[in-house]
Design a protein around this ligand. Structure first.
Ligand code: EPZ
Length: 428
């Protein structure tokens, strides 16, 4: 097990190039199951979850080759070919480590009429059901059986359907959009999620020959086609990584310029951070962030895109813990996404949780201590807290962090942070 040791109190200064988005890359990789032939996918982030998804695809019979990085970002280019699928099963031991494995359900069912995917089970931040995925597929004619912890799905050919999502589920929208692309007839998905990662997936599907309209809105119209073709595709930049580094300036002071990002995907975050007093300037694909003096307290309520993203809730809590007053953060997406509060309290934060709201009273400073990562974004929050805290903070279980951040300690060290990754002898 690795741990990170951070010596706080060092201002950040310099440029960071953001990586490809994990939550865009996973559905793109799943979409390669929709047709045989070779896809060429660029700007994939080097993340634990991407490695796990590649393993899942390989087990299904997909061939994956990493060619030399042909772009200046030194990110790998993957050649992916699912011509000879040999299985339609996503096993429990993979799915339980990465819920996004559920994204193979729709494509497998649409491509080969059969899929057997382990139910993901819950995770640290909530029960994470998939009922909306299943309801949508049933409306499209799939016959589903839930047994031994698996979804066993069959469909000679999916048919177009009218689907209303009770909740704008991100992967639910992605699964159903991919499945509908090869259905017979037209599918309309209402109350669809509008995240940029969904728009990017839809654009790739259209480049493959799908006929999807309404991308970016809450109503998607997908006219099914008989077959699709493989394409070259570049993964969009990670808006959550970008937001995390913007907040690192709020935690430790200084100035960062984030390159290769898509500022338009962060409007709610930029607006909120400006109201805390951070200075934020946008120039094309770069965002510069600087901090002058103590931050103001603001209230935050997470919401589906284009609202404030739940994946940045833990990170902004660090800034509010050091702000000049009282703030309330309300988490409306997941029922248990305050696991980082107990760890922040160990560093001296003054936070009380009442239901789905955390009430934060700003303190003058945080003091370094040993803390434990509980989930991906909570671990990012602890890194920011370590940058801000006086003294040394050690973060255990950083495998959580590696799921969604590519070499975060290297990127932060290059701009002045004192952060070291060490191997510990612990098994867990
Ligand atoms: C995606 O998860 C992201 N993961 C999450 O990022 C992100 O936090 C989440 O969307 C919300 O933005 C990927 O894209 C791989 P949902 P997803 O389905 O699709 C409930 C990260 O840190 N729901 O939009 O699983 C669900 O319980 C991860 O990168 C149902 O009730 O989230 C939750 O309360 C964490 N039934 C809400 O909807 C369903 O069938 C939103 O979940 C599906 C979801």
């Amino acid at each position: 097990m690795d741990q990170l040791t951070i010596e706080g109190g060092h201002r950040l200064r310099g440029n960071i190039r953001v990586s490809g988005a994990k939550n865009a890359a996973l559905p793109v990789l799943a979409a390669t199951l929709l047709t045989g032939g070779t896809f060429s996918i660029r700007n994939l982030p080097r993340l634990r979850d991407i490695y796990t998804f590649k393993r899942l695809l390989t087990d299904l019979g997909v061939t994956i080759e990493e060619t030399d990085a042909s772009t200046d970002r030194n990110a790998p280019v993957l050649e992916v070919d699912s011509t000879s699928l040999k299985s339609y099963e996503a096993p429990y031991d993979l799915v339980r480590t990465m819920r996004a494995s559920i994204l193979v359900l729709g494509p497998l069912l649409a491509r080969s009429g059969r899929a057997r995917v382990s139910l993901p089970g819950g995770c640290a931040i909530g029960a994470r059901p998939i009922d909306l995925h299943l309801k949508g597929l049933e409306l499209m004619g799939a016959r589903l059986k839930l047994r031994e912890g698996y979804v066993d799905a069959k469909a000679r050919r999916l048919k177009g359907a009218q689907i209303y999502l009770d909740i704008p589920s991100v992967t639910g929208t992605e699964n159903l959009m991919m499945a509908a692309s090869l259905a017979k007839g037209t599918t309309i998905i209402k109350n669809a999620a509008r995240e940029p990662e969904i728009v990017s997936l839809g654009e790739m599907l259209n480049k493959m020959g799908a006929k999807i309209r309404g991308l970016g809105s809450d109503t998607l119209t997908i006219e099914g086609v008989d077959d699709l073709s493989p394409v070259d595709w570049e993964i969009m930049p990670d808006r959550i990584e970008t937001g995390t580094f913007m907040m690192a300036v709020g935690a430790s002071g200084g100035e960062l310029i984030l390159d290769g990002c898509m500022p338009d995907h962060l409007q709610a975050v930029i607006s909120k951070l400006r109201s805390t007093g951070l200075k934020i300037d946008i120039s094309g694909r770069s965002i510069s962030v600087s901090k002058k003096g103590q931050l103001k307290s603001v209230d935050i309520k997470t919401a589906p895109y284009p609202g404030f993203p739940t994946d940045l809730q833990a990170q902004i809590m660090v800034l509010m813990a050091l702000s000049g007053g009282l703030s309330v953060i309300t988490e409306t997406i997941f029922e248990n996404r305050f696991m980082h509060v107990a760890e922040l309290r160990r560093l001296g934060a003054n936070i009380n949780v009442e239901g789905r709201s955390a009430i934060i009273k700003g303190v003058k400073d945080l003091k370094g201590a040993p803390v434990m990562a509980t989930d991906l974004r909570a671990s990012a929050c602890l890194v920011l807290a370590g940058l801000a805290a006086k003294g040394t903070t050690t973060i255990s279980r950083v495998y959580h962090l590696d799921r969604g951040y590519e070499k975060i300690e290297e990127k932060l060290s290059r701009v002045g942070a004192k952060i070291l990754r060490e191997k510990t002898g612990q098994l867990f």
